[in-house]
Design a protein around this ligand. Sequence first.
Ligand code: 3IX
Length: 225
Amino acid sequence: MMRSCTAALRTLRVLRCRLEGAFPAARHPVLARRWFSTEKVIPKDQALPNPSWSKDLRLLFDQFMKKCEDGSWERLPSYKNSKLVKEQLSQAQLFTRGYEDGLGFEYVMFYNDDEKRTVCLFQGGPYLQGVPGFLHGGAIATMIDATVGVCAAIPGGIVMTANLNINFKRPIPLCSVVVINSQLDKIEGRKLFLSCDVRSGVDEKILYSEATSLFIKLDPEKSLT
Ligand SMILES: CCCCC/C=C\C/C=C\C/C=C\C/C=C\CCCC(=O)SCCNC(=O)CCNC(=O)[C@H](O)C(C)(C)COP(=O)(O)OP(=O)(O)OC[C@H]1O[C@@H](n2cnc3c(N)ncnc32)[C@H](O)[C@@H]1OP(=O)(O)O
């Protein structure tokens, strides 16, 4: 029974990926708006190539889109505004999506449900500078938090970071491309334990940072504040 559900899920994912491939418009909001006319404006999926993406980021993106073809990986769309918060604070938007193309966080995440892994391809722009010529440690922490956050949230639901430990091994050059590889290691009740590392883009030879984190699945009985 379980096996057939997984197979069905995988087929669905393959279908969706094929559809995305068959209807490239679905991946390009402007075309999508023309092809799939709906009264509501289609929010812009920011986890797609734009002119600010470097050759390395596009290369890695294409490699991962290939991995999606058999349904084992899926690209995660990413929007500036989330319905979750929109009603409450109309100006609210995702911190990592608040910059003009290329100036801040350029990234796309891919998720592998069988392996409970999330990979983030990240290019940090010039507005994320810390030490001259290098990424600010807070910008690196943000992308680690977001990547392990997605890795926790997909199986765990609404989660929050309780603990994030990062070892910064090498500084990350500004505007370079890195791969953030995160893994859900174990779940104990509401506690989700994850780990991740940040490596140089194309060859993954340089280990820039490594981190462990604890996420907690929110208890609906408890108020957050
Ligand atoms: C409304 C929030 C929406 C969040 C949306 C998130 C995801 C949505 C889905 C997709 C979106 C995409 C990805 C997400 C992108 C980025 C994610 C960013 C996430 C963040 O950027 S989020 C901001 C920073 N984050 C905080 O702002 C949290 C402040 N904090 C608290 O709000 C509470 O602290 C909370 C809720 C964490 C726990 O509170 P609580 O009352 O529910 O749980 P409690 O305290 O009972 O702990 C239960 C067990 O965890 C152990 N435990 C707790 N804390 C520990 C620690 N630090 N070290 C070791 N163990 C710890 C206890 O020891 C106990 O263990 P035991 O059961 O064994 O006794």
